[in-house]
Design a protein around this ligand. Structure first.
Ligand code: ACO
Length: 209
């Protein structure tokens, strides 16, 4: 067990609805598969390359394996894997992964939001809730987010929250069938002493219920 898991975070209110984070459940398979099958065109170009076709790796039957892997990593202290809900319906995922402790106390953060819930502040709230939790409860000091330079909405999420652009990683990740350059963004605890949720609320982008 590690500090900060399991956890439920939020809710916060944004234009799209009431956003909260919770651990993935075995019973999420139906909703997860429905959204990801429907949203292939919205998601596939930003996700890791796979030899398995999108439809096959996002069936209801693919979820128990995904869920089990996330649960195992969370139990071993290697990840904080959250499902994003909007008005209590599954609307994406935000994952803090590759948690390294010791003198580094760092991890990466990644996220996706359902195509019918975008442009309403959901990802910003999800990343803010997860980041504050990682820093204040899970004891991490730094989070990194790597984004393709073409991914304007994701760049905007990180800029809004105050993640700092630190450099360009060339041919960094195998995404959508090729080695893709990624911009590296990062934030450390010193960058937001008041927390990212307080920053979002202060700028009028989210409200407490
Ligand atoms: N060009 C410029 N800005 C845009 C565009 C665009 N084409 N589309 C949206 N935006 C802006 C929005 O207006 C908004 O900014 P604003 O609040 O200043 O108006 C911002 O981008 C998006 O902010 P949110 O609403 O908080 O984010 P959203 O809930 O829409 O989710 C996300 C963003 C997660 C990137 C979603 O589009 C998605 O799931 N994309 C596919 C998967 C993906 O790319 N995931 C991120 C991979 S990188 C990583 O995980 C570190």
């Amino acid at each position: 067990r590690h500090p900060g898991w399991p956890a439920r975070l939020g809710p916060l209110l944004v234009p799209v609805g009431r956003v909260a984070l919770r651990p993935p459940r075995l019973l999420d398979g139906g909703a997860w598969s429905h959204v990801r099958t429907r949203d292939r065109a919205h998601l596939e170009r930003w996700e890791p390359t796979s030899t398995v076709d999108w439809a096959d790796r996002n069936t209801v039957l693919a979820w128990p394996g995904q869920w089990g892997a996330l649960r195992g990593m969370a139990r071993r202290g290697q990840a904080l894997p959250f499902v994003i809900t909007v008005d209590d319906e599954l609307a994406g995922q935000v994952t803090i992964g590759n948690i390294v402790r010791g003198a580094l106390r760092s991890a990466w953060i990644g996220y996706w939001v359902a195509g019918d819930r975008v442009r309403g502040g959901v990802a910003s709230v999800a990343v803010a809730l997860a980041t504050d939790h990682a820093f204040n409860v899970a004891g991490l000091h730094r989070l990194e987010a790597t984004v393709r330079p073409e991914n304007a909405p994701s760049l905007r999420v990180l800029q809004k929250l105050g993640f700092r652009e630190e450099g360009l990683f060339r041919r960094y990740l195998d995404v959508d069938g090729a080695w893709r350059d990624h911009l590296c963004f990062a934030i450390t605890t010193e960058d937001a002493p008041e927390g990212l949720v307080a920053r979002l609320i202060g700028s009028g982008r989210a409200q407490r219920p």
